[in-house]
Design a protein around this ligand. Structure first.
Ligand SMILES: NC(=O)c1ccc[n+]([C@@H]2O[C@H](COP(=O)([O-])OP(=O)(O)OC[C@H]3O[C@@H](n4cnc5c(N)ncnc54)[C@H](O)[C@@H]3O)[C@@H](O)[C@H]2O)c1
Length: 697
């Protein structure tokens, strides 16, 4: 059976791609299209050809499973040549999503029609690639270079309406279903077949690229220089679209595209981005949950605490269309909380990221109360009160008394013991952590934390909730800091030690930013505020293990009344949001080095990155061995979505595997010898390195 069955209807050959679930352009599909075009060409009764997806979509992209492998012919360009060379008009009929290689096939057809719900786009950049089957050459010829850059660099699909306006499709076919699309496409094909050829080919057009402003490409590079620091694909894409405009012929431009595609396909960055794509999918799977477990339906929610996090979490529910009540201890706290939520919506409306009507609708779903009885019927409660076990106990005691049976009782705690919190209820099976990240309405990660008694259904429910809220879930086990903050602690600790050993905050930040973090650790701390951590440290001072190395630099900075951006000074000096290095802090750090007897030496940027990442991977290995993370890739997903880890670097565990675990172990052992017990090599790292393996397999 062909993956592209061929039939003739009313003088039109219909090639129907049949490769469920998304009609990916795998080899069988490529063979089927080439054969179908040949057959139609040879059949005198055929006047035109329609290429259409069976089921729910056109070709949604290349077959991602083939990415790491040597592709078997026919290759994408062979299919494109076949489509383009047809003397009979070829019409691509689009529904569902026509993406990547699939959309490139469509672009090489003579005509495109779609139903109104169809989406088209070139998302390759998200995998560190570029559209390598002529997309960078044909798209600018149809929509102009500036719009083509927008679409290819943005990697986001557009709807049929916009595609029609841009001239990417010729017609929106009436109807909603695949059979209606097919009927419309056949009628359209017959009309075009009646007109004498040759039929239009994107490759022959110059009208849209002729007047391109030659400065466009440098402008785009300059505008994005900061955002694209260290990235490859974006720059290659600009180069290709520039070639489409500036090279004399289509084929010369295509050669530039081909060369760059080959470079990107083999690049470490694309490997990391493809890994991240699969890691995210994998993280949603929880081994050991019974097959028949059904998530509880969540139609209403309540949030306890209308502070920074509570407000953000309420916005998440409202944005997803779930009615949510915010409860706080006093009316004053409620008023402040709702004002902050309103302010957040006003900012995003002003910025153009949320339309006014959507903001109004979301705000309409948020209500407030100070009485627990009012929230009794909510399907889920997320607690986001002060990070204090006593307060959490009071709140969960109250929830236990009022909430309807079967309600999920979730906590947003960053560090506290989930079982301790659950023990203040008589229903620990319904209690679980749902750890959101600040700002909660923006950050994608939802680190769910299971307690010892959380039921399978409770776990499944919060994993499903993340999908409803548009978040990426990871399931963590219960320990101090869970996955994310436990590793963050190690990360910050090593940066602090490097300050005492000779680095400056600005050097550490610069090195981390060059690696790809959007913000270095000290800029980040200054932004978040230094006082919260200080008060936590003061609370723990009496019980801190004094035999372990401890850096007092952060405390000293707070003692100077410097709490970060909000006080105009922290690690840096601030004018508004602009940070500048402060010689006073450098002096302070040097004096701490002298006081502690730590010799100062030159620290290189490379040492900074290697030390931080090796420490993170070593802690990650401990987390993995303890079962706190289900798989190494879950740790990476946590870092990619919750901590701004650069996606093109894959995550700390991926980074370690790419370095080679033996090499990472060597670094860990070297620091262990130099620094002592804080660097004790994780047994799992030792074991995997000795076996010459990665984290899995
Ligand atoms: N701020 C962050 O970046 C962040 C990130 C992740 C998780 N968290 C966690 O989220 C929780 C809340 O943090 P936040 O930054 O939003 O704090 P916050 O101080 O901004 O807000 C806490 C809110 O809880 C209210 N509250 C206190 N006790 C209460 C009670 N008994 N009943 C009802 N309301 C009460 C307060 O009035 C306040 O409005 C903490 O557990 C924190 O560890 C914070």
């Amino acid at each position: 059976m062909s993956a592209v069955p061929y039939r003739v209807e009313n003088g039109v050959a219909v090639l129907t791609i049949d490769n469920p679930p998304v009609n990916a352009a795998s080899r069988a599909v490529r063979v089927g299209i080439v054969d179908g075009i040949k057959q139609a060409g040879a059949d005198a009764s055929v006047k035109a050809i329609v290429l259409i997806g069976g089921g729910r979509t056109f070709i949604a992209g290349a077959d991602i499973r083939e990415f790491g492998q040597q592709l078997q012919p026919p290759h994408f360009p062979d299919v494109i040549d076949a489509l383009e060379a047809s003397t009979k008009p070829v019409v691509a009929a689009l529904h569902g999503t026509a993406l990547g290689g699939g959309f490139e096939f469509a672009l090489s057809c003579h005509y495109r029609v779609a139903i109104a719900s169809a989406k088209v786009g070139l998302p390759e950049v998200n995998l560190g690639l570029l559209p390598g089957a002529g997309g960078t050459q044909r798209l600018p010829r149809i929509v102009g270079a500036a719009k083509a850059l927008d679409m290819i660099l943005g990697g986001k699909p557009i709807g049929a309406d916009e595609a029609l306006k841009l001239g990417l499709i010729e017609q929106i076919v009436a109807g909603k279903t695949q059979p209606e699309l097919e009927a419309g496409a056949i009628a359209f094909a017959r009309e075009r077949a009646a007109v004498a050829g040759p039929h239009p080919r994107a490759r022959d057009r110059v009208d849209k690229i002729q007047g391109t402003d030659p400065a466009l490409f440098d402008e785009v590079r300059a505008k994005n220089a900061k955002k694209w620091a260290g990235r490859l694909a974006e720059f290659k894409i600009v180069e290709c679209v520039q070639a489409a405009v500036e090279k004399k012929t289509f084929d010369e431009g295509s050669a530039v595209e081909r060369d760059n595609f080959v470079i990107l396909r083999a690049s470490a960055q694309s490997k990391a981005l493809r890994y991240a794509f699969f890691a995210e999918r994998e993280a949603a799977k929880i081994p050991g949950l019974p097959d028949d477990v059904k998530p509880r339906e969540i139609k209403s929610a309540a949030v306890i605490g209308a502070g920074t996090m509570g407000g953000g979490i309420a916005m998440c529910f409202a944005n997803a269309g779930v009615a949510v009540q915010m409860l706080d201890a006093s009316q004053a706290a409620i008023d402040a909380g709702i004002a902050r939520v309103r302010g957040n919506y006003a900012t995003s409306v002003a910025r153009g990221s949320t339309p006014q009507d959507r903001a109004d609708k979301a705000l309409g779903l948020i209500s407030t109360t100070t009485r627990y009885e009012d929230i009794a019927q909510a399907d889920i409660v997320v607690e986001a009160v002060f990070e204090d076990m006593k307060v959490k106990h009071d709140v969960f005691g109250a929830l236990d008394r009022v909430m309807k049976p079967g309600a999920i009782l979730a906590t947003n705690t960053s560090t506290l013991d989930i079982d301790g919190i659950a023990s203040s209820t008589k229903r620990p099976e319904d209690v679980i952590g749902t750890h959101f990240f600040s700002p909660a309405n923006v950050m994608k990660l939802q680190e769910n934390v299971r307690g010892a008694k959380s039921s399978a259904q409770t776990i499944a429910s919060v994993m499903a909730l993340a999908k409803t809220l548009g978040k990426v879930p990871v399931l963590a086990g219960n320990c101090h800091g869970f996955i994310g903050n436990r590793i963050l602690y190690v990360y910050g600790r090593e940066c602090d030690f490097m300050l005492e050993e000779g680095a400056t905050p600005w050097q550490v930040d610069r090195a981390l930013q060059a690696f790809g973090f959007p913000m270095g650790v000290y800029l980040m701390r200054d932004l978040a505020g230094l006082d919260v951590g200080w008060s936590v440290r003061k609370g723990r001072e009496a019980t801190r293990d004094k035999s372990l190395r401890y850096s007092p630099v952060a405390d000293r900075i707070c003692e100077m009344g410097r709490f970060g951006q909000k006080t105009g000074a922290g690690y840096y000096k601030y004018e508004g949001r602009n940070a500048t290095p402060d010689p006073e802090i450098e002096k302070l750090i040097e004096s701490v080095s002298v006081e502690l007897g730590v010799p100062r030496r030159a620290v290189t940027d490379e040492q900074i990155v290697t030390r931080v990442l090796s420490a993170m991977a070593n802690e990650g290995a401990k987390i993995l061995a303890e079962g706190i993370a289900i798989r190494a890739s879950d740790i990476d997903v946590t870092y990619l979505y919750g901590y701004g880890f650069p996606r093109h670097q894959g995550g700390p565990m991926f980074w370690a595997e790419e370095q080679g675990l033996a090499k990472v172990l060597e670094t860990v052992q070297r620091y262990h010898a130099e620094q002592g017990v804080l660097w004790t090599p994780a047994p799992l790292l030792v074991e995997r390195a000795a076996a010459g393996k990665g984290w899995t397999g």
